[in-house]
Design a protein around this ligand. Sequence first.
Ligand code: 6PG
Length: 242
Amino acid sequence: MAEMIVSDSAFDTAKAFADFFVGWAKENNSENKKLYVALSGGSTPKILFDLLAKNYASEVNWENVVFYWGDERMVSETDPESNYGEAKRLLFDNINIPEENIIPVNGNNTLESEAKAYSRKIENILPSSMGIPVFDLIILGMGDDGHTASIFPNQIELFDSEKICVVAEHPVTGQKRISITGKVINNAQKIVFLITGTTKSKVLDTIINKRDDYLKYPASHVTPANGELLFFLDQEAAIHLM
Ligand code: 6PG
């Protein structure tokens, strides 16, 4: 059963997760084991990155944390659309973390080449179980349409792909993206959704309570094989769950 942590506002949600993340990083700080974390894009993570940089920079042994992205837009890192670019601006440029601990998608590469290259970067470095890479922690958002990472409702077969990373496309803008697939997401030790705002409340209710056609939403397919699933929500997103 998933754990729900509901906070008053988006800021409080980001803070609740920041406290959780810092505690987890401290508990698991060991020179023998790196912590492999996959970040997402979105508005709540930006609040989180700013918070971590401003209030927790010295509380985490960043040497021990390696950051990947669960999905990335295929743009240059200076483009405000870049998930890596935003994390760099808000977090990495403001903490003491070795450059080799940050493993971004190359937004300037060609699509299929980067999907393969990023798959290799994940496969060659992370431990695996059942032949599938294991992230220690994957942070996910959820769109109003129930997408997660960059798997959208009209491309749900990508979630079930045998690959580690796939090329995806935003159904409205056509923006090309790279996304990790469901087999990697569901193989993580901890999967955390950061979901805030009224616009998410209906889909979230449908997914959590398995209503109607909930399986059409990619976020409903996030079911950890062995790990934990946690939802950090604000009151607005959780309004139908109360
Ligand atoms: C992306 C994200 C995406 C995001 C959701 C929620 O690159 O767009 O990874 O999955 O998490 O769209 O975004 P918001 O939190 O901004 O609504």
